[in-house]
Design a protein around this ligand. Structure first.
Ligand SMILES: CCCCCCCCCC(=O)SCCNC(=O)CCNC(=O)[C@H](O)C(C)(C)COP(=O)(O)OP(=O)(O)OC[C@H]1O[C@@H](n2cnc3c(N)ncnc32)[C@H](O)[C@@H]1OP(=O)(O)O
Ligand SMILES: Cc1cc2nc3c(=O)[nH]c(=O)nc-3n(C[C@H](O)[C@H](O)[C@H](O)COP(=O)(O)OP(=O)(O)OC[C@H]3O[C@@H](n4cnc5c(N)ncnc54)[C@H](O)[C@@H]3O)c2cc1C
Length: 710
């Protein structure tokens, strides 16, 4: 017996040493009190979530950035717009030089690509957006909307012979992509397309990288044949600048749109095309092609399907955005939790002040966002892997019905996950800013930058409210399938399969009567499934009623968004996020010592999200009487109270190193005031009088001298 326990003790200590080398201890200090209270080992959880290989990969990236002077923090205060763009470009170039992951490695371990994007996003959102617009959005659009004849463009991006952007939005149209006005008319004699912006309202605008850097753009235009027929929106590769001089090409007026509310490292630009001739081959011909004599051909007979396919590459951006906004949420919540664990105000006695994290109010404001960061992180990774599966199908030209259905499901999921994740990060960042009081408002603590750089994620790659309509359309289409085609509701990823039990689910009622019952995330999940079925039924009925009352399809859809289809799409994606996280936390491969904390996070995310829909749960009869509402509220508070002691350790698992986090109030050593004070004093000219001191000291105002001129 003794020798067995000695062997296992040796193994444990060996494993611990290994873990300590991989993830060194964090500095002792004011945060230690909470770290010691944690119910689990943060290193074990980090290892379980990421695995050793990814932990090392992250470390390689973070260390490279920290050791490279080009990435030095705060080296220049208040950068001019020009310098901001220059620095982001130089860093982008340097990331290409580091080539953290080769193409072969990415093929073998695609999730590592997502890890790279996350690491860059945590350093700076502008950097990752600029980098991805060139290396992912442009190249993906070329690869997935084009064919072999376009592969040279992808190669040229890799060697930075060219720099790419993606130009869909026009001055007068953004969401309504179908009605873009840019025109590409085929000239059969010259075997060229002639690209024109009919007027200034058709100018491409808001295009990231177009302002100063891009040499090539994927431009969306209406394809017209010499017979005068228009074949709808198609994508073209268009050279807009000379790669040798960065001067604009003849026939292109290209410029920069100036200062934005955030993300200023990215140069968003505009372009107008005037009789710009582009080779016939530059048509990205996946959805349609043109014969040399000018006949249009397409394997998509249905123009609606062709239109959808031409915008197919947007899905990859929406999947990536779902991931990078979770990075923003993680950064914000890490800052706010570390601050709250070290910031003390008031106390039960005059001689005792307690950390603000001890207040139920602070816990309720922050800890659900921590739970959301964990749940959404898991979802974003799983969605990315779903997308990889779909992408592989595209590469192998899979024409199966399953592949087409998978594309529809991923489109529906990403059109709702981008809104859910970007809004959660937006609301979370603001709550975290306020939770850090006045210190949270100092730019040096980074919450403003996180909030402002996150904000456009709610708009680009499709406005959130507009995109949600795609998801509700998808869900409603299943009702039609069920009613008319009488086939079972079954999707490749299974996200809608529960709708097959529609009638059964709608007959259910809120099952929990105690806080203990509610701690199981299956309670929130069951409520969500009921909610989705209910909102689906109500949205369908509302649409029918609108039509019976004489509304056109267009009007009926518009009048069924608020309280119906919009809520349906959001409830569906929350249900899917919860479903996947619930399965993950319950899975037998999840270590038993980590399950309790993960299950609490899952239950909290589920109940907190669900609590926004209390009115609907009562309205539809799922809940009745005081009890369900009370139990949900009490369980949320109970979970916040329990997770409060784990919060610092949960942050230690997901937080990047201090250099990357870049927030003096949230360093790993927890020395809130020393770090803040030192940073304040290190600011340039902090102790100097202003350069305009004489305006006060020497030039006094002649009080009232301007009054006669009023
Ligand atoms: C980490 C960050 C990296 C990324 C940085 C990104 C920087 C920003 C880049 C940009 O912002 S690029 C510009 C992005 N612009 C948009 O996303 C425009 C938003 N509008 C649209 O995508 C579409 O026009 C819209 C989804 C609103 C569809 O509008 P419609 O009402 O005209 O079309 P409809 O819904 O009837 O769609 C026709 C069919 O195509 C399908 N479809 C539409 N878009 C699709 C798509 N993307 N993939 C697959 N299918 C799609 C759609 O589901 C439908 O299928 P069904 O006939 O089966 O119902
Ligand atoms: C930082 C940044 C970077 C960008 N980068 C790029 C890029 O690289 N390439 C590119 O092509 N574009 C880019 N864009 C543009 C972006 O994709 C568009 O702004 C976006 O698609 C929304 O279109 P819009 O601005 O025309 O909004 P609009 O469509 O005019 O929307 C305005 C408002 O009307 C509402 N609305 C519109 N239609 C409906 C409807 N049917 N029902 C209900 N409400 C509706 C919307 O919800 C929104 O609140 C970028 C934008 C930003 C902010």
């Amino acid at each position: 017996m003794a020798s067995v326990s000695t062997t296992s003790a040796k193994r444990d200590s060996h494993e611990q040493n290994h873990l300590d080398l991989l993830l060194p201890d964090l500095p002792k200090g004011p945060l230690s009190m909470y770290r010691e209270k944690a119910s689990f080992c943060w290193k074990q959880l980090a290892l379980f979530l990421d695995g050793e290989d990814v932990i090392r990969f992250k470390k390689t990236i973070f260390t490279a950035l920290e050791n490279d002077p080009l990435f030095a923090r705060n080296s220049e205060e208040h950068l001019s717009l020009e310098r901001c763009r220059e620095l982001t470009f130089l860093r982008c170039k340097r990331i290409m030089e580091y080539d953290f992951i080769t193409m072969d490695e990415a093929m073998a371990q695609p999730l590592k690509l997502l890890v790279l994007f996350s690491c860059l996003a945590m350093y700076d959102m502008s950097l990752v957006v600029k980098y991805l617009l060139n290396c992912q959005v442009f190249t993906n659009a070329v690869a997935s909307t084009g064919s072999e004849r376009h592969s040279a463009f992808v190669e040229q991006v890799r060697s930075m012979e060219i720099f790419g952007c993606f130009a869909l939005t026009e001055l007068s149209h953004g969401s309504d992509a179908k009605h873009m006005k840019t025109k590409a008319t085929y000239d059969a004699d010259a075997k060229e397309f002639i690209l024109n912006s009919p007027d200034f309202e058709a100018a491409n605008v808001g295009v990231g990288n177009m302002g100063k850097t891009a040499t090539h753009a994927v431009v969306y235009a209406q394809l017209c044949t010499p017979d005068g027929k228009c074949h709808g929106l198609h994508a073209f590769v268009v050279q807009i600048r000379d790669p040798k001089t960065l001067m604009s090409m003849p026939g292109v007026m290209v410029g920069d749109m100036g200062l934005k509310l955030g993300l200023n490292g990215v140069d968003n630009g505009f372009a107008i095309f005037h009789n710009l001739r582009i080779p016939k081959e530059n048509l990205l011909n996946h959805t349609g092609d043109i014969t040399p004599t000018g006949n249009y051909t397409s394997s998509f007979k249905d123009p609606k399907q062709r239109f959808g396919a031409s915008l197919g590459s947007l899905a990859s951006g929406r999947v990536s955005i779902t991931n990078v906004v979770v990075c923003n949420l993680k950064l914000a919540i890490c800052i706010a939790i570390r601050f709250s664990a070290t910031r003390r105000q008031f106390g039960p006695r005059d001689d005792e002040e307690i950390p603000v994290l001890e207040y139920q109010m602070q816990q309720w404001r922050l800890i659900p966002y921590l739970a959301a960061a964990y749940a959404l992180d898991h979802f974003s990774k799983s969605l990315f892997m779903n997308f990889v599966e779909f992408h592989v199908g595209l590469l192998f030209k899979d024409k199966s019905a399953r592949q087409a259905e998978l594309g529809r499901e991923i489109h529906a999921l990403s059109c709702a996950s981008k809104p859910l994740a970007s809004w959660t990060a937006q609301h979370g960042a603001q709550e975290c800013r306020e939770a850090c009081g006045g210190h949270g408002f100092l730019a040096m603590n980074r919450l403003g930058e996180i909030r402002n750089d996150n904000d456009p994620n709610c708009t680009y790659e499709g406005d959130n409210n507009v995109l949600l309509q795609q998801t509700s359309n998808y869900l409603l289409s299943w009702v039609t399938v069920k009613h008319e085609d009488k086939v079972p509701i079954e999707s490749p990823l299974g996200s809608v399969n529960f709708l097959e039990r529609f009638d059964d689910i709608l007959g259910q009622r809120f099952p929990a009567s105690t806080v203990k019952d509610c701690m199981d995330s299956s309670v929130a999940l069951a409520a969500y499934q009921w909610l989705v079925c209910y909102l689906l039924r109500e949205s369908y009925k509302k649409l029918q009623k609108e039509k019976e009352n004489g509304s056109s399809d267009f009007e009926a859809r518009n009048n069924s968004q608020v309280y119906y289809c919009r809520s349906l799409a959001l409830a569906f994606i929350e249900c899917t996020v919860l479903q996947r996280y619930h399965e993950y936390t319950q899975d037998s491969s999840t270590p038993s010592n980590l399950q309790p904390v993960l299950k609490r996070l899952c239950a909290l995310y589920g109940l907190w999200s669900l609590s926004k829909y209390m009115a609907v749960l009562y309205q539809g009869g799922y809940c009745a009487g005081e009890q369900p509402g009370r139990v949900i509220q009490h369980t949320i508070l109970d979970l916040c109270g329990t997770l409060k002691d784990d919060a610092v350790a949960l942050v230690d698992v997901i937080v990047p190193p201090d250099f990357i986090l870049n927030s003096p109030i949230a360093r790993a050593d927890g020395e809130l005031y020393k770090n803040l004070w030192t940073t304040m004093l290190q600011g340039s000219k902090v102790l100097e009088r202003p350069s305009w001191w004489a305006e006060f000291c020497a030039n006094k105002p002649n009080i009232g001298s301007l009054r006669p001129k009023l």
